[in-house]
Design a protein. Sequence first.
Length: 323
Amino acid sequence: MPFARLAHATTPTCHIGLGLAAVGRPGYINLGREEDLGENRSVEALRARTFELLDAAYAQGVRYFDVARSYGRSEEFLADWLNAHPDAGDVVVGSKWGYAYTAGWSAQAETHEVKDHSLATYDRQRAETDALLGDRLDLYQIHSVTPDSPALTDKDLHARLAEAAAQGLTIGFSTSGPAQADTIRAALEITADGERLFRTVQSTYNALETSAAPALAEAHDAGLTVIVKEGMANGRLAAPHAPEMLTAVAEETSLGCDAVALAWILRQPWVGVVLSGAATVPQLLSNLHAPAVDLDVDQLTRLATLAEDPRAYWERRGELPWH
């Protein structure tokens, strides 16, 4: 599977990936977005910003890039960058299907994305992804599966995904919501032709939302690669929004709150890749200090006290405005 290439990498950043959710479209829910992106959010402005981020990430040893059909033009931007960098053959590319982008390149749209986990949506979006990324696509994930998703029970969909896996594509799923652990465990039971269908799981996990940890450890033990998203809690763990406890620990390390927050995740033994969702190159470079953060037992214990009730966490996330 493609993540074996990352497993053999020796750079300090080999376990950090770059997600393009924040720069593939003009609107998103990250805090501080007005300062990060400014007023010019034209297609060409965000394409140029995406190229700057990808250039910086690749130069620093990052080799996993994450996009999705619902991240505006993220697949297009990444495809253009890959075409301009034919020497970047060691990059691992992951995308997601199951949400459609509906904002019409506006940060003020009433609806930004629509969820549909049907087989028809998979067929349509797979064709759209293939038209852009072609054989550079390594991993295709179902986007934001929840316990009530038909993707967990649709045998025809499972068969189609198994066909793609037989042709060399790695199949995974991502999760969201307060019942992530239930979703992960249900997905681990899905097989096709006697084989486990999913080879990766991408879940929200950070110092504020830790509820998926036991299930993610089980997924790792079952052989899945675990990808962590939203490690910065959509900006809630970055300065100036970070909790006092995180700020205090960051001051002790002489590094940023973001680096400490991501370092805390990297200390989990089941983590395969942690995504940076940086919108600027300085943010990315600060994130990439995470592997150098040496947290002691006392600091880890103090950071563990930041965890919130998962339902409260997801309720607050749902209230974050699109900017």
